[in-house]
Ligand binder design. Structure first.
Ligand code: GLP
Length: 264
């Protein structure tokens, strides 16, 4: 895993967007796994800006989101489909038919979840999966004790996630207790993982996810099994990492990051 520590959350988001845009420019029919949450909003604003400036083209890109609440219609402002349209898809030159979000309103949610994994496999797998982290240590909505070989499925959300996400609903009680999420196993099959966390409230869980022992109690530790991961942090989210100086040293000296030194 590479760990990149940026001075600010804005710089971390800009770097994340640049890495994604560069990868798409190398492979126009890119398969991109997307994430939601407050952290990602500025990544999407940066990608929309790069698209407007014609520095990245989404016309052949296919996207697959990590998760969706069970029971929320697409036009519900709290659904992740709505979030994606609002923050990204409506602002870039993507064909909406190429955008996928798990189906939380299917009659048979389990069958729809299995079909989601099949759709990812059929298009050749994900080139990059973008990941954030919840306070429970979840990636997607893989709450503690999610199997590392889990597939896309419906799950019950934990109380800590409920506390974290319910303030985003006009009426916090409207937050569904269940969601459909890509499994940890599904996520680990992506060819590259790009993880982004910012803010001091993430510092403890980020340190556990990156430097702590691997445990299904913190599904983000599963990233340690993946051979191509970059974790991008701002200095607040990195604050509890023991080896910050080493990570900064590697970022400055590894030639693969040379082009990114100028991102501020
Ligand atoms: C939700 C999503 C996660 C995301 C998390 C972080 O719970 N299901 O995929 O990582 O939010 O949210 P935020 O960026 O708002 O802290």
């Amino acid at each position: 895993m590479d760990v990149i520590i940026m001075p600010t959350a804005a710089a971390a988001a800009k770097l994340t967007a640049q890495i994604i845009a560069d990868a798409i420019n190398e492979k126009p029919d890119f398969k991109l796994g997307l994430a939601t949450g407050r952290t990602m909003e500025s990544v999407y604003a940066n990608l929309a800006k790069l698209n407007k400036q014609k520095k990245v083209d989404f016309s052949l890109v296919k996207t697959f989101n990590l998760d969706e609440y069970v029971g929320l219609e697409e036009d519900n402002v709290n659904s992740y489909r709505y979030y994606m349209n609002y923050h990204l898809f409506d602002k870039i030159n993507i064909d909406k038919r190429n955008t996928h979000v798990p189906n939380g309103i299917a009659e048979d949610v389990d069958a729809a979840a299995a079909a989601y994994d099949e759709a990812i496999a059929e298009c050749g797998g994900l080139d990059i999966q973008l990941l954030g982290i919840g306070r429970s240590g979840h990636i997607g909505f893989n709450e503690p004790l999610s199997s590392f070989s889990s597939r896309t499925r419906a799950v019950t959300l934990t109380q800590i996630t409920y506390q974290q996400n319910s303030p985003l609903f006009d009426n916090p009680k409207d937050m569904p207790m269940r969601a459909v999420t890509m499994g940890v196993g599904t996520i680990l099959e992506a060819r590259r993982l790009v993880f982004l966390a910012t803010g001091s409230e993430k510092a403890n869980i980020v340190a556990k996810a990156i430097e702590g022992p691997v445990t299904s109690m913190i599904s983000a530790t599963a990233m340690q099994f993946h051979e191509n991961v970059v974790a991008i942090l701002d200095k607040d989210a990195a604050a509890k990492l023991a080896n910050q100086a080493e990570y900064k040293w590697s970022f400055q000296h590894d030639p693969k990051w040379a082009a990114y030194q100028k991102v501020k």
